[in-house]
Design a binder for this molecule. Structure first.
Ligand code: ACO
Length: 354
């Protein structure tokens, strides 16, 4: 008897006797809205003038090449999960959601408090949530959009009613503060969103995501994982710091962000003029302007806050989204476009009706 012959009757029996718990929902997907957002950035400000005292650089070089003027740095004893929890509590307040209502916690980060357990589990405890599933995703600067799309699947499938998605980073912990090529670019912070189905909006209309592992070497932290566990040698060679080929990353970023945004607009059958606000990953002002120009966007459509925070990786668009909402630049019903790019390489674009 072949395996196929054996499997057929078993499969038929299983279908007949097992009750599919999802059937009660009728499999009708439902919309997934962002019910509330929140953000947290540490108090300590590190300015370009401060950096001039640390490495051979200048305020002029940093502002003209990147647009960054200052960034926030977590204090000693303040970790990724602490910032994530603070952002989460603010998002919960905005959405009027109590800790016991949260059914799933997703944290996007490349700077977990430790390799394991995950910051998501630590956040669960810090915000007083129930013993609900909590896990991290690692898609670098693209992590928040990846997290939204994952969370959306659980809402659309009626698996959960309330999902918490967070992007949080303590990048200052993986920066070589002697390397001027990278230390001027990054900062710390966290942003969070509560996902729920709402009848008054389409919410997350689409999310186009992609990755290209053949370009993994462009942006990485070589040591500290299973390939090169931390040793005295890896530490002395600085292999536990973020490394980046800035020029190549720049080119890939513009191309990938433009293509992802175009695809997201195409799927929704809308053009850029219908987008109220574009919230791009805040890595470099020149990248944002190049993507905006290729998309045919006006300056008014582009949300920029990188002068205050630098690149906060997975937290970047989450913090920007919160600021855009707080400052009244997004109203219920508006269409917004998030577009991101990061190590992996990874990228993504999402169209959301607010
Ligand atoms: N101050 C002064 N000079 C500097 C500094 C600095 N902080 N950093 C580099 N330089 C020098 C370089 O050494 C080089 O000098 P040289 O010509 O004598 O060799 C010169 O400035 C020019 O360097 P470039 O690399 O050509 O500068 P560029 O215009 O490409 O800008 C930058 C560099 C800002 C890093 C840019 O390439 C960039 O933003 N890249 C993309 C980064 C990014 O988007 N990352 C996103 C993902 S992050 C994540 O996923 C965690």
């Amino acid at each position: 008897m072949t395996t196929t012959q054996l499997e057929k009757p078993v499969a038929a029996r299983a279908v007949k006797t097992v009750k599919n718990p999802r059937v009660k929902s009728g499999f009708h997907p439902r919309t997934c809205a962002i019910a509330g957002v929140g953000a947290y950035v540490p108090e300590r400000v590190l300015t370009n003038a401060d950096l001039e005292k640390m490495v051979e650089t200048s305020n002029e070089w940093i502002t003209t090449r990147t647009g960054i003027e200052e960034r926030r740095i977590a204090r000693e004893g303040e970790f990724t999960s602490d910032m994530a929890a603070k952002a989460a509590l603010r998002a919960m307040k905005a959405a009027n959601v109590k800790p016991e209502e949260i059914e799933l916690i997703i944290v996007a980060t490349i700077t977990p408090d430790m390799l394991f357990p995950s910051p998501a589990c630590l956040v669960q405890q810090k915000i007083g949530a129930r013993r609900v599933p909590a896990f991290d995703i690692e898609a670098a600067c693209s992590g928040f959009i990846f997290g939204l799309e994952i969370g959306q699947q659980f809402i659309a499938s009626h698996t959960y009613n309330t999902v918490l998605v967070i992007g949080a980073e303590k990048l200052s912990s993986i920066i070589d503060w002697k390397d001027r090529n990278t230390c001027v670019l990054f900062g710390d912070g966290a942003g969070a969103a509560i996902l729920q189905s709402r009848s008054d909006t389409h919410g997350l209309l689409t999310a186009c995501m992609g990755a290209d592992g053949s370009k993994a070497e462009l942006l990485s932290m070589p040591a500290g994982g299973s390939r090169q566990p931390a040793t005295a040698e890896s530490v002395s060679k600085g292999l536990h710091y973020l490394r980046m080929d800035g020029k190549e990353t720049f080119k890939s970023a513009v191309n990938a962000m433009y293509s992802a945004a175009q695809e997201a607009l195409r799927r929704c059958e809308i053009d850029i003029s219908q987008i109220k606000l574009i919230i791009p990953h805040q890595a470099n002002r020149r990248i944002i302007d190049a993507v905006g120009e290729r998309l045919g966007a006006t300056q008014d459509q582009l949300f920029v806050n990188l002068h205050k925070y630098g690149n906060t990786s997975a937290a970047s668009v989450a913090i920007a989204l919160d600021e855009a909402v707080q400052s009244g630049r997004i109203q219920r019903g508006d269409l917004i476009l998030l577009v991101v790019f990061g190590a992996g390489l990874t990228w993504g674009a999402a169209v959301i009706q607010w």
